[in-house]
Design a protein around this ligand. Structure first.
Ligand code: GLN
Length: 385
């Protein structure tokens, strides 16, 4: 007899609790340095905090317009024009969302029908597959080639069928830290030409790209831009992941469908924070300093673990660093990550959880969006393992 009073059929039978929640909880339980879940342990700018307070006090506390504050949308469209030289219409082509994850879920569920195929690249950020499954679609995985996590576009091409509805790209890439280059975007443009495939481009780390490389937004590629939705996150750009605010941009014919779902998922996103960000955007373009800011953190962390037995994989963007522990242990990466948290008091994320096949290359992901002291302490521990 079932232990529950009624029988339910799970819509996501194979899905458990997200790895970020699991590892962060384990870090707290064992008082470990938490380099697992990706979030900064430092504060956003005072000026931005003050603006939130100001706008709450000014009475901006009721529903925002469904698609977001018009001023904020206009400023974001202008930003895309400035950075990527692509015109987006603020009224019809920009929507403020409750973070990147909501935008991704909404985009997938607005377009993917039962039986449709969606191509994703693995390791894949963990919200893509559940969103595809909820839409009744089938995730089709393409492996990023270890150890440089590059894409074999010929392989992608071979996987395209009459059922392919969408390709999800993510650059800079979480969890690998790989970025897509111009050639990748050209290859994607070519294989989607004369198809009805929609591109969903997760660009939440657009401002965290290292070593003078530039971010390849879909907006830089005119043909791709016509079939793409791109997703962004204020959390990453202003150190405010807990605000759960982001946005989606897409040509009007795609955005129209996106909004049909968005309005019944969240209706609109919190008002005073939208006012605050809009005002802050008019005062500062300090997101342009993030590349340098995080590159220094990456380099500090890497130089502090130089003597360790971990092997460093290239991190070209995001605030994540992959380290291989193959010289240290043969344990499964999930076991090793748990043991490191409990015994050595440093929490990370094992890469195998981002693969359907649980591929295990003995690699862990570390978040370096942390203060120097924290990175130093973690590095000291890692150097002794
Ligand atoms: N994006 C964050 C990461 O990769 C996690 C976000 C979350 O916990 N949902 O660690």
């Amino acid at each position: 007899m079932s232990e529950h009073p009624i029988h339910i059929k799970s819509k996501l039978p194979l899905v458990g609790t997200t790895i970020f929640t699991i590892m962060s909880a384990l870090a707290v339980e064992h008082d470990a340095i938490n380099l697992s879940q990706g979030y900064p342990d430092f504060s956003c700018k005072d000026a931005l905090q003050d603006l939130v307070y100001k706008h709450i006090k000014a009475g901006h506390n009721q529903y925002a317009p469904m698609a977001g504050l018009p001023l904020l949308r206009r400023l974001l469209a202008e930003k895309v024009m400035k950075l990527y030289n692509f015109p987006l219409h603020p009224e019809h082509e920009v929507t403020i969302t409750a973070g990147g994850t909501q935008a991704i879920y909404t985009a997938i569920n607005a377009f993917v029908h039962r039986g449709d195929e969606v191509i994703i690249f693995e390791p894949a950020y963990d919200c893509y597959i559940p969103a595809i499954l909820m839409a009744g679609g089938s995730p089709i995985s393409v492996p990023l080639q270890y150890p440089d996590y590059s894409i074999d576009w010929n392989h992608v091409k071979k996987l395209i069928t009459a059922k392919t509805k969408m390709i999800v790209i993510n650059t800079p890439h979480n969890p690998s830290g790989k970025i897509l280059g111009r050639e990748d975007m050209k290859a994607l443009e070519k294989i989607t030409e004369n198809t009805d495939i929609i591109v969903l481009s997760d660009e939440v780390y657009e401002h965290i790209v290292f070593d003078e490389a530039s971010h390849e937004s879909v907006w830089k590629h005119e043909k791709l831009a016509k079939r793409s939705l791109a997703v962004y996150s204020f959390g990453k750009s202003y150190h405010v992941t807990g605000w759960k605010m982001g946005y989606c941009m897409a040509p009007e014919y795609l955005m129209k469908e996106f909004r049909k779902v968005h309005q019944f998922l969240v209706f609109s996103v919190n008002t005073p924070f939208q006012h605050a960000i809009a005002e802050y955007l008019q005062q500062s373009d300090d997101y342009l300093e993030l590349n340098q800011f995080y590159q220094e953190k990456r380099d500090f962390f890497l130089s502090a673990i130089k003597q360790s037995r971990f092997e460093i994989l290239p991190s070209k963007g995001t605030y994540f660093q992959l380290l291989s522990y193959k010289k240290i242990s043969e344990e499964l990466d999930t076991d090793f990550a748990v043991r490191m948290t409990i015994e050595h008091k440093v929490a990370s994320v094992p890469l195998s959880v981002f693969y359907k096949s649980k591929e295990d290359n003995k690699v862990l992901r570390f978040c370096f969006a942390k203060g120097k002291d924290t990175l130093e302490k973690a590095a000291e521990i890692l150097s002794k393992i």
